[in-house]
Design a protein around this ligand. Structure first.
Ligand code: PMP
Length: 393
């Protein structure tokens, strides 16, 4: 019996980019003490007060089906957060609650792309992007950004790359960026908006790290003139509230797109459990101070890393302006990101992500998640620096 080709098409028959993570997990299961700096997950758990709100809601009876778009108080809370952070008027009708940002990414592409269309994504990119686009039956095409430009889109090259893809219907961008830590400034966001308007594309803007900005300010492309009508924002409680396992995300879109995403939910997810939505309402009501507290360890470790790695031999840090990762440029060692990560895991039992897992544009880099306690993090950075220095001629 034959399976549908869809799943094979998602990975393109290659690995999914998470091989080092899987190997590290297997080593841990075999009893090796691995320092795991691969995955973007906080080293704290969800705040007990959020769990209490979840528990209280469930015990009070919120355990049944909910409507596909999400409960009204949560759609309102998400709309208010977006309006507060971006200044763009946002109504509950613009918001659909999804089981995490990943489901929102999938839903956005699913309602905007037909099979055979082309979906573009800026690269380096979060590892799931090409597979998510391919899962809709569309072609996924990377539009590179460059290390020399701080991995931010540049007006000329961006417009040219997009013009070279006449079948394109969507462009996916991500600021603050995973894996590079880039936070797009006015010029970069403007460049994206102009290119999208010129090519008549939908823009899908992944803003799950809007809560983690260390330098500059988060600028949503939805706030630029003419863009709210063609932008679908993807958001999530995963990073902002350390709720990765709760699977609570959203799209913010023009009402007709939001309605289409709701339609899709009926034949896919059937929405998000109501007690999780109630917990999210409670968490969002705590306001920006709560989010800042969740983000603080990454701000601190970023500072620590920049101090520790200044003047290192064989590697240089691309100073992250946002998000919970560091990109290390390891090209001076002569190793690819993948070879560096594999050898580091073997020699030091430290797991980092090869840049190549995030696209050819990140080749020769590794991504380090700042997701272990400060002392363990500092220790790992010291060993990574020594490892790189020993391999530099
Ligand atoms: N977008 C980006 C850029 C991410 O890094 C992640 C998770 N690492 C997601 C989306 C998806 O997150 P979630 O589904 O947990 O909201």
């Amino acid at each position: 019996m034959r399976l549908a080709r869809r799943v094979e098409q998602i990975t393109g028959g290659e690995g999914d980019g998470w091989e080092i993570y899987y190997r590290a997990r297997a080593m841990k299961a075999a009893g090796v003490a691995v320092t795991d700096l691969t995955i973007g997950e906080h080293d704290i758990r969800t705040d007990p007060a959020i769990l209490r709100a979840m528990h209280d809601s469930a015990v009070a009876g919120a355990t049944g089906y909910t409507v596909g778009a999400g409960i009204d108080p949560l759609r309102r809370a998400v709309a208010e957060r977006a309006e507060r952070m971006t200044g763009v008027p946002t109504r509950p009708e613009n918001v659909v609650i999804t089981p995490g940002g990943q489901a929102a990414l999938f839903a956005a592409h699913m309602v905007l792309l037909d099979a055979g269309d082309t979906g573009l994504y800026l690269s380096p990119h979060y590892a799931t992007y090409p597979g998510t686009i391919r899962a809709t039956g569309a072609r996924a095409v990377a539009v590179p950004t460059h290390a020399e430009a701080g991995f931010a889109p540049e007006p000329g090259p961006l417009g040219a790359a997009i013009a070279a893809q006449p079948g394109a219907r969507t462009l996916l961008m991500n600021t603050p960026n995973n894996p590079t830590g880039a936070v797009y400034g006015q010029e970069a966001v403007q460049a994206v908006a102009e290119a999208v308007l010129a090519a008549d594309l939908w823009l899908i803007s992944d803003e799950v790290y809007d809560c983690q900005v260390w330098e500059g300010a988060h600028l949503s492309p939805r706030a630029l003139p003419g863009m709210a009508a063609r932008t679908v924002v993807v958001g999530s409680m995963s990073k902002s509230h350390a709720m990765t396992g709760s699977r609570l995300g959203w799209v913010i879109a023009p009402p007709e797109v939001a309605a289409a995403v709701t339609e899709l939910a009926t034949s896919t997810t059937y929405g998000v459990p109501p007690f999780i939505q109630h917990a999210a309402v409670w968490a969002l009501a705590q306001g920006p101070a709560f989010e800042a507290r969740i983000a603080e360890p990454f701000r601190r470790r970023r500072r620590l890393a920049l101090a520790l790695l200044a003047g290192a031999t064989g590697l240089s840090v691309v100073p992250p302006r946002g998000a919970m990762y560091l990109m290390l440029d390891v090209r001076a060692t002569g190793l690819s990101g993948a070879a560096f990560a594999a050898a580091l895991l073997e020699a030091e039992a430290i797991a980092v992500m090869p840049g190549e897992s995030f696209g050819a544009a990140a080749a020769g880099h590794v991504r380090v998640a700042m997701t272990v306690a400060d002392d363990a993090f500092a220790d790992a950075l010291g060993r990574i620096a020594a490892f790189a220095a020993a391999r530099t001629g």
